[in-house]
Design a protein around this ligand. Sequence first.
Ligand code: NDP
Length: 260
Amino acid sequence: MMERAFDHHGLEWRYITLEVAPEALHDAMLGMRAMRFRGGNITKPHKVDVLRYLDELSQAAGLMGAVNCINRQGDRLIGENTDGKGFVQSLVKVADDGIAEKNVVILGAGGAARAIAVELALSGAGPFTIVNRTAERGQHLAALLGQQLNVEANYAPWEGDYRVSEATDVLINATSIGLFDPDARVPVDETSLAPPLIVADVVFNPPNTRFLAAAADRGCTTLDGLGMLVNQGVISFEIWTGISPDPTVMRDALEEYLGL
Ligand code: NDP
């Protein structure tokens, strides 16, 4: 997706995928500095551990405690997080009256949930309900939102099928349920899904998850994880090059890569 966009915008840049073992992260980061990479994306399992090798963090990355994008400025490596921003960009396009003060329910409290929650809160959304299987992680995210971002946020235990309240504007599956598993069911009471609810899924493969299909069947507006994935790439591209890339070129390349 990145190389297709580099080509499209006439940049003779390369985007190299490198697998780094956890014990080799220190050396890999020294290598990145020595070879003067312009930047990079960081993915699992390094998004948190990489922080100790960076010189500075963006506000969002600092709040999330996770980095998925590095930007070199001179000799300094700056950590950014574009995952949540990518989600917000997708949401803004379908939320007719904006996202300020939207009532948001997030299923999950892992890295993707944290990125989305922090970025939504920075954009003025809230109140938030965090629904998670493991109470400690869910409570931790709700506390982060309440204490660091000053928004109303509560944890709700996930017992049986979660019933979405009528006050909810946006429901997000930020768990990994459905990833590479089209039959997997997110435990939500589907009869509680109704327009004008916006339902989003972070899972990008397959993009048309069972969760989104059920929401669409009930007339809700849906947002797939592919849009978030493309948008986080678009934002990384802008950070490194200063150019706003054509998202269609990137989405086409990604769909081709994923065989969709
Ligand atoms: P984490 O491992 O950090 O978190 C996983 C979350 O899913 C936890 O909240 C976990 O709950 C929950 N979960 C997993 N399985 C179940 C289950 N069977 N029942 C209930 N809850 C469950 O993963 P990430 O947050 O990093 O990633 C989550 C998903 O987001 C992945 O599919 C990933 O591919 C996708 N993603 C998509 C992006 C995009 O751009 N579209 C960007 C980043 C991630 P618990 O705490 O109880 O374990």
